[in-house]
Design a protein around this ligand. Structure first.
Ligand code: SDX
Length: 382
């Protein structure tokens, strides 16, 4: 095969652009947003500040943070038509499909939807990031046969999400955990869904179209859908003592264990390490369900690392421990991936705005393996 026909299946190892947003060190297991480590940010920052950092490339000062929070808060409420759509459809489709459809509906309510200026795209980014949280909360309400709860402008982003989802002010410790989960899910360089956003935007489709593409890509169980699948597996295991046999049987059947493995990390995903820390604190919690989930997760992790860690570079990723942590703050399983999208909308928008500064249509090649110049035969003679 000559050089120009080298096929990198899955674009593995292919660099398609340069970016100053995120560094993923897959060998060392390190992750940086705009130069700040994920450990520093999850310890000291919050999702709104991290969103500002991703979009602007620097941490905000007090005035900038206040203005940014006001701009996010102003965009939270949903149009009546969208609330009705969610009420009508939230129990008929997967929540990711409802979220994706609502994002693609937003241009109907945005006078500058098709204004491609950087300033308008920045304002649209804030609308998308803010509204996506309200949309997911509204979906959660509709799936529970509860009415829409209008946002509370006095609350922070994570706090307001929990308020809109549950209809009551959340406890500070729940807000803190959700805020950190949103930080950890906000950005991850050219993952499949961010790449999907950029492919769409590289044709100069508008930002709403690009983010809709990202939501469509994130849904799959090999990507953002793994968190929901990993928790389902833990429920299927049922009891801690069933864990090892379940995993052994699944591996023997060539099944992939959701929440493990990564195209870039060939060591422990640093985000998983932080989330695991919260899970260990849950083991001492009072809920039997959480204690059981935590014990199953820890036993599955131990076995998978023994069997596939060093030998195949398959380690826990961000999706493995997320489920039990979300359960601990009352998030229903079917909202896990939508919540991933709520967080990743920051990274999606940041990458799209950066790529448009030096846009180039994305159009890879494929190696043709079919025939050529076949003679056309009339249907009666075939
Ligand atoms: C995310 O890219 C990102 O940054 C994504 C993400 C982000 O923040 O945006 O980090 C979020 O998507 C995390 C990944 C969530 N997905 C899962 O947890 C699903 C389970 N994981 C696998 O499907 C897999 O590990 C992938 C898809 C994540 C990565 O797969 P690759 O790089 O395409 O590797 P592969 O499927 O070719 O696997 C290589 C080998 C295979 O064995 P062999 O055929 O060589 O014998 O490793 C095995 C695989 O069978 N393998 C697993 C496994 N993952 C890989 N075996 C068992 N369980 C697994 N989870």
């Amino acid at each position: 095969m000559t050089d120009e026909h080298v096929i990198n299946k899955g674009l593995e190892g292919v660099y398609f652009t340069e970016s100053a947003i995120c560094k993923v060190d897959g060998q060392a297991g390190r992750l940086y947003y705009r130069g700040y480590s994920i450990e520093e940010l999850s310890k000291n920052s919050n999702f709104s500040e991290v969103t500002f950092l991703l979009l602007h490339g620097k941490l905000p000062n007090n005035r900038e943070m206040l203005e940014f929070n006001q701009s996010m808060s102003k965009e939270r409420d949903l149009p009546e038509g969208m609330i009705s759509y969610i009420k009508e459809n939230a129990q008929k489709m997967h929540p990711m499909d409802v979220l994706r459809t609502c994002v693609s509906m937003l241009p109907a309510y945005d006078a500058e939807a098709y204004d491609s200026s950087p300033e308008a795209n920045f304002r649209k980014s804030v609308r998308i990031i803010s509204k996506s949280a309200s949309i997911v909360a509204a979906i959660g309400r509709a799936r529970a046969n509860k009415s829409y709860v209008a946002p509370d402008p006095s609350l922070g982003h994570a706090e307001n999400f929990l308020y809109m989802l549950n209809g009551e002010k959340p406890r500070p410790e729940m807000v803190k955990i959700l805020d950190i989960m949103l930080i950890l899910h906000a950005e991850h360089s050219s993952n499949a869904s961010t790449f999907g956003v950029i492919v769409a935007g590289s044709t100069l489709a508008d930002l709403y179209a690009a983010i809709t593409a990202g939501a469509a890509v994130l849904k799959g169980p090999l990507h953002g859908g793994a968190d929901e699948a990993a928790l389902s597996m833990m429920y299927n295991i049922g009891k801690p003592e069933n864990t090892e046999k379940y995993i052994e049987d699944a591996l023997a059947g060539r099944q992939k264990i959701m929440g493990f493995g990564h195209r870039v990390y060939k060591t422990y995903d640093p985000r998983a390490r932080i989330i695991k820390g919260y899970l260990e604190s849950l083991q001492t919690g009072n809920s039997e369900e959480l204690k059981t989930l935590s014990q199953i997760a820890m036993r599955a992790e131990k076995l998978m690392i023994e069997k596939l860690g060093a030998s195949k570079g398959i380690w826990p990723n961000i999706d493995f421990f997320s489920g039990p942590v979300y359960v601990s703050i009352g998030i229903p399983k079917e909202l896990f991936t939508p919540l991933f999208a709520v967080a990743r909308s920051s990274g999606w928008c940041a990458h799209m705005l950066e790529y448009w500064q030096n846009n180039r249509l994305l159009r890879p090649l494929e190696k043709y393996t079919g025939q050529l110049d076949l003679p056309y035969v009339e249907i009666g003679k075939r």
